[in-house]
Design a protein around this ligand. Structure first.
Ligand SMILES: Cc1cc2nc3c(=O)[nH]c(=O)nc-3n(C[C@H](O)[C@H](O)[C@H](O)COP(=O)(O)OP(=O)(O)OC[C@H]3O[C@@H](n4cnc5c(N)ncnc54)[C@H](O)[C@@H]3O)c2cc1C
Length: 290
């Protein structure tokens, strides 16, 4: 199918883009990498009146560091984030997760900001930034807002960003020295969207878990923090008994939705399996034998 008719405008500045968003409201869509937007237009799942192309706005790109905060510009391509030494050194969770995002061709065009703006429930980056306690920066003609990742993901493709707001950057606290992170997902083929997935970040002393944040994705309509599972881990040695307690707690944390990739029961099972594997890896990375 072909896309429905739309008006196309290339924004010459952020101010220009914000004015267009303000004027057209929910009839406008930002065009970033186009890797998700263009297929939805071609399948006629979306019919915006106007596309606002932000690809020439260099100020929205790049990866930088400001003290202990890594700043990823909305227009930074997935491939650029994957190559970034700052990300490798300071955000190993994202460095580990990024190769799971689609394939090389999609990563060359798709943007970090596009992934966070879209908020696909099976996407890797939303789960990672939630695990790391990031802040999402959005801008409108009225000013700038900073939204904690905890408050940002609100439902299926629904976020706290308003229609007239441009996502400009994501600020992510650098992972602390001595911390451990693990990213795992199950998908039918490498590069496909996940069937189940987990981003974990915390600290361990040998086998003992001091604290751990577990964020599950591809289960519900948004990434979900496993609070009960984390509580069942905290202050405990990672053992068969703890694994069992965490699996039971996860039943209270997650309410998986059925979709084409699996039933709720299957997704729950897979998330338990992933939690066990991720914690084995976390213990090994922290220097304990798994
Ligand atoms: C074959 C294929 C496989 C894929 N597999 C995966 C995968 O495994 N995991 C994964 O996470 N993704 C996957 N994707 C999606 C890919 O990562 C996209 O690049 C990403 O989701 C959206 O980024 P984009 O820059 O292409 O955004 P676009 O397609 O340009 O935009 C997506 C949406 O976000 C809005 N938007 C974009 N940028 C902004 C901004 N700065 N401010 C406000 N709104 C904005 C747009 O208006 C649109 O509604 C896949 C895509 C394809 C085609």
């Amino acid at each position: 199918m072909k896309a429905p008719k739309f008006q196309y405008v290339r924004a010459e500045s952020v101010t220009d883009a914000l004015e267009l968003l303000d004027r057209h409201g929910d009839e406008a869509r930002i065009l970033a990498g186009g890797q998700s937007l263009m297929p939805t237009l071609n399948m006629r799942l979306s019919r915006p009146e106007i596309l606002v192309d932000i690809n020439r706005l260099d100020e929205l790109g790049g990866v930088g560091i400001d003290g202990d905060t890594v700043r990823i510009g909305a227009l930074a391509r997935h491939a650029e984030v994957l190559r970034s030494d700052i990300v490798k050194d300071r955000l190993p969770l994202i460095a580990e997760a990024m190769p799971h995002v689609a394939h090389v061709a999609v990563r060359n065009r798709g943007t970090f900001g596009g992934s966070i703006a879209l908020a696909d429930p099976a996407a890797e980056m939303p789960a990672c930034i939630l695990a790391l306690g990031a802040t999402i920066v959005v801008q409108s003609a009225a000013g700038t807002r900073e939204i904690a990742a905890e408050d940002y993901f609100m439902g299926l493709y629904e976020t706290a960003r308003r229609d007239n707001e441009l996502l400009t950057e994501v600020r992510i606290p650098a992972q602390k020295d001595g911390s451990v992170s693990v990213f795992m997902e199950l998908s039918r083929r490498r590069g496909d969207f996940a069937i189940a997935g987990l981003a974990a970040y915390g600290t361990l002393s040998g086998h003992r878990v001091d604290e751990m944040r577990l964020v599950y994705f591809a289960s519900e309509d948004r990434p979900v923090v496993g609070k009960g599972a984390a509580a069942a881990l905290t202050g405990r040695d990672w053992s068969e008994e703890t694994k069992q307690a965490v699996a039971e707690a996860l039943e209270g944390d997650l309410d998986p939705m059925a979709n084409l990739s699996g039933s709720p029961a299957m997704k729950m099972h897979l998330q338990k399996v992933l939690t066990g594997r991720a914690m084995d890896a976390a213990v090994a990375r922290a220097g304990g034998a798994a």
